[in-house]
Ligand binder design. Structure first.
Ligand code: NDP
Length: 530
């Protein structure tokens, strides 16, 4: 098989045909990307920012077509395409356009005048070279373009491997980047299934940014370990929402429905476990049932839930539903599917051994459970093997913050859902089975680079005291020095008891005023005139 057909999950129509990238062409792609990366990383960050920022304009010029293609490819509704894929991408580009130069600046670090007398030191951020972005199908635009553009701001070249289920989006992303003033070969893609992803890693890019499921993440890491290549894994979630009885319950209910059922639950930070304080549990469940019944399926202007993207996801969701029912859960509705549109369902009377509580569902099911107090809510939340996002609902912000800080997650939000994941300045990523590493924010941008540490010794001594030859005397002298610096007692006591040993370092430039004066001159703007 050399070709892949793209079908729309909405109606099964063919929306594209793509030729699988021959494996032997992947290493040359890496080579040309590496050449492009050399030229690109040599440009000042401000120039890179200026050229990449044009992507916001290009995206806006093609906004409606982009949203339509995202809907056709993923099955999601148009408002979700706009708010979940386009908006956070524009926001992140704007954030890095303004901040990348500062985030990636050369940073001087203080050096100890005793250990490194007169030396200067600092850290330069160096782009990795070629970054492979292996992207999933649920947010095929945002979860490809955001890591790609981050890698590019940092000075890398990028090779995208979109999911075989999102090839029309991969294609349009490459076409959008073609409209920017970038070196040839800086942005490329490969087309194929999981095997093509393996071939891409085998061709030894310099960094692998992976978003996808846990099992694939493990396989990617194992493959990258052969070289070894650093990897960053953004994996799945089983996110909890904690509703306390002092919360605005109607707002919390509407948020729960949105957090659990937007994009039919196919979101890594979807609310999949809803914990409600016992004192308001019955009332809240009634509100939820009423709210769920009002949600609509379809692609009309007012459709809330679109089509699910893959047959596999629908099968997993149904299996989680059937497993829960077989083990005694109660459902707000029977399992119903109309084509790829799946009716959202609440499940209660659930227990920890059910699949719905242990595995990522990635579909429109929401488990609802009671908790007694804050300690119980924290314990139940942390019982999961996943640790991505969580939301806490209470009018008492101090209490909610105390609880949030005890949750085992990569990020949390108080009195909102999902939206925090798109904050461009907040590092995003998980712990436990939700992966490791971060993107977004300053830390996320630096993760597409490695630090190069430099130290300049300005000593005029012929030799450093730690160099050869060694002797017992030298050992005793250094012992005296260490006791002087780190030993107990006042400065005067340490100086007095080590005075003899310290004589050996008399000429060392921490005591050398001429050297200090020279260093000072080097750092001052008018250094040539004195
Ligand atoms: P997969 O893990 O199936 O695939 C992710 C990507 O990896 C796809 O491009 C896939 O290609 C590729 N791939 C598959 N096998 C290999 C392999 N052996 N070597 C290299 N690449 C490979 O995930 P899904 O696409 O199903 O995405 C859903 C998952 O992603 C969910 O678990 C979800 O929670 C998670 N996710 C995590 C997010 C986060 O930021 N933490 C965000 C969004 C989703 P192909 O599809 O062609 O097989």
């Amino acid at each position: 098989m050399t070709r892949l057909l793209a079908h729309s999950p909405i109606d099964g129509q063919v929306i594209g045909e793509f030729t699988i990238t021959p494996p032997e062409t992947i290493p040359p792609k890496i080579q040309s990307a590496r050449l492009a990366a050399n030229a690109w990383s040599a440009l000042p960050v401000a120039t890179r920012c200026q050229r990449l920022a044009r992507l916001t304009q290009v995206m806006q010029e093609n906004l409606d077509q982009l949203c339509e293609l995202i809907c056709q490819t993923t099955g999601k509704v148009r408002t979700e395409a706009l708010l979940g894929e386009i908006y956070p991408t524009l926001d992140l580009i704007r954030y890095y356009e303004k901040n990348a130069a500062y985030i990636l600046r050369y940073q001087t670090v203080a050096t100890s005048p005793l250990t490194f007398p007169g030396a200067t030191a600092g850290i330069r951020r160096q782009a990795y070279g070629v970054v492979s972005v292996i992207a999933p199908w649920n947010f095929p635009f945002q979860l490809a373009v955001v890591p790609m553009i981050s890698a590019l701001f940092a000075g890398n070249a990028v090779i995208l491997k979109p999911s075989e289920l999102s090839l029309p989006i991969g294609h349009v992303i490459i076409e959008l980047f073609k409209q920017l003033d970038l070196p040839d070969g800086l942005v490329q893609w490969v087309i194929g299934e999981g095997q093509t992803g393996e071939q891409l890693i085998d061709a030894a890019p310099d960094f692998v940014f992976f978003t996808g499921g846990l099992a694939t993440g493990r396989a990617v890491m194992q493959r990258a370990a052969r070289h070894p290549i650093p990897v960053l894994l953004e994996l799945g979630g089983k996110d909890a929402m904690l509703v306390f009885d002092d919360a605005n319950l109607q707002r919390a209910c509407d948020a729960a429905l949105y957090g659990a059922f937007s994009h039919s639950g196919q979101i890594c930070v979807a609310v999949e476990r809803l914990y409600v304080q016992h004192s308001c549990y019955a009332h809240f469940l009634t509100q939820l049932i009423e709210g769920t019944a009002k949600l609509t399926l379809g692609h009309g202007a007012a459709g809330d839930l679109g089509a699910m993207t893959t047959e596999r996801s629908i099968a997993i969701t149904e299996a989680h539903y059937q497993d829960a029912i077989a083990k005694g859960a109660t459902a707000s509705a029977p399992w119903q599917r109309h084509g790829n549109y799946v009716t959202p369902i609440l499940l209660w009377n659930v227990s920890p051994e059910m699949r719905i509580m242990r595995e990522e569902t990635f579909g429109p099911l929401l488990a609802v459970l009671p908790f007694t107090d804050a300690a119980d809510a924290i314990r139940q939340t942390n019982a999961s093997e996943f640790g991505l996002n969580a939301s806490i609902w209470s009018k008492d912000i101090a209490k909610a913050t105390r609880i949030a800080e005890q949750l085992q997650v990569g990020l949390w939000v108080i009195n909102d859902v999902l939206k925090n994941a798109g904050h461009p300045a907040l590092p995003f990523g998980g712990i436990k089975n939700s992966g490791f590493g971060r993107y977004h924010g300053a830390e996320g941008l630096r993760n597409f680079t490695y630090p190069v540490s430099g130290l300049t010794n300005r000593s005029s001594l012929p030799k450093e005291p730690n160099w050869f030859p060694y002797s017992d005397l030298r050992y005793q002298q250094f012992k005296a020095y260490l006791d002087f610096v780190y030993g107990s007692g006042s400065f005067y006591q340490r100086l007095r008891r080590n005075w003899q040993g310290l004589q050996a370092f008399r000429d060392y430039s921490c005591f050398d005023l001429t050297q200090h004066w020279h260093n000072l001159k080097q750092r001052l703007p008018w250094r040539g005139d004195i």
